[in-house]
Design a binder for this molecule. Structure first.
Ligand code: UT7
Length: 328
């Protein structure tokens, strides 16, 4: 059993941070950022909470799906940058939408979040216990967790949200979700709620960075190595389950981390770059929101058409990875 994507929607904050803007406070330049990452600018949430962006994207997805909020049975919000430890972003989005009949929870699989959440949604629909419409919303405010003194990481990320309303269908579908926790320490942001009397670096060595609490830390080289392998592997594992080849895929929609990662993966897969939807030049890496932002943009631009086969491929902190192949 597959899913039907009834409607998608996106929301990004208005404020832009260009590569040149970074030169005012760190030692960098536009040329380095563009050639090493493919990123030109990214959006920054100022006053807008994560849930606010998620609610805006969700409202657009509902409108395009032609579904009223009361018809939503479940809201899954994927985020690694929630506004609260509790309640969930999904519950706050439910309040904003008036989705009074929905169950609601958050899912954190970092940049693989949307792929994980969409697959979880499909499994909920599959049980046949009455759920008909599920809202999957990815919302992220990376800017609140960035270390703006770390030039190797702060230039990569941006904020935004994107959502999809899905229902069950008998369309083509395959997925494979995976994780390699041995690399968990390579990409992390420690919770603010560490007991104040514990000095992380001396009292309790958990193998993670002792960087300032709550700021994002990344070992770029390790994550890069992982990402270039995880991207093709995720596709191949999902494709093998249904015996589909890369030539039958109309659009690859990968997590938007670095254009060099996408180009390397395209080469490995033997698929032309023209089949890859790329939005990282204008949004940067928006973690779990990056795949649905690219999906929605492809639909809005008329590139992605009904009946086409899509490969959504996520990878990120955890280190999580996963792929979904589906018919749009
Ligand atoms: O969504 C999660 C997934 N995340 C990712 O996929 C990120 C994966 N990693 C990457 O994309 C890349 O590793 C980075 C873009 C983070 C870094 O690119 P790199 O080609 O691996 O650069 P590097 O770390 O090897 O640094 C090369 C040089 C260094 O200088 P020295 O030591 O050679 O003098 C860095 O200090 O570039 C320097 N550098 C910069 N220079 C100007 C690092 N960041 C910058 C910067 N501007 N922003």
């Amino acid at each position: 059993m597959g899913i039907e994507i009834l409607g998608t929607g996106s929301y990004v904050p208005e404020q832009k941070l260009t590569n040149d803007d970074f030169t005012k406070f760190i030692d960098t330049n536009d040329e380095w950022i563009r050639t090493r990452t493919g990123i030109t600018e990214r959006r920054m949430a100022g006053w807008e909470p994560t849930w606010y962006m998620g609610a805006k994207a969700s409202a657009q997805a509902l409108e395009r799906a032609g579904i009223s909020a009361e018809k939503i049975d479940l809201i899954i919000s994927c985020t690694a940058t929630a506004d609260f430890h509790t309640p969930s972003m999904a519950s706050v989005i439910q309040r904003e939408l008036g989705a009074v009949n929905a169950a609601a929870f958050d899912l954190n699989a970092a940049c693989s979040g949307f792929v994980y959440a969409l697959d979880v949604a499909r499994r909920f629909l599959q049980t046949g216990d009455g759920m008909e419409h599920i809202l999957v919303v990815a919302n992220e405010s990376l800017s609140r967790f960035l270390d703006f003194e770390d030039r190797g990481s702060c230039i990569l990320f941006g904020d935004g949200a994107s959502a999809a309303v899905v229902t069950k269908s008998d369309k083509l579908y395959s997925s494979h979700l995976a994780s390699d926790g041995t690399g968990a320490q390579y990409l992390c942001a420690r919770s603010l709620q560490v007991a104040p009397e514990v000095k992380v670096e001396t009292d309790f060595n958990d193998g993670f960075t002792d960087k300032p609490l709550h700021k994002l830390y990344q070992d770029g080289k390790e994550v890069y190595k992982f990402a270039t392998k995880a991207l093709p592997k995720s596709f191949e594992l999902a494709a093998a389950k249904i015996g589909i080849t890369k030539d039958e895929i109309d659009w690859f929609i990968p997590h938007q981390a670095n254009i060099r990662i996408i180009e390397t993966a395209a080469k490995h897969l033997g698929a032309p770059m023209e089949k890859f939807i790329v939005t990282l030049d204008h949004y940067g890496n928006t973690s779990s929101a990056s795949i649905p932002l690219a999906l929605n943009e492809g639909i809005e631009k008329g590139l992605i058409k009904r009946g086409q086969k899509l490969a959504l491929i996520g990878f990120g902190a955890g280190l999580t990875y996963g792929g979904i192949i589906l018919e749009y």
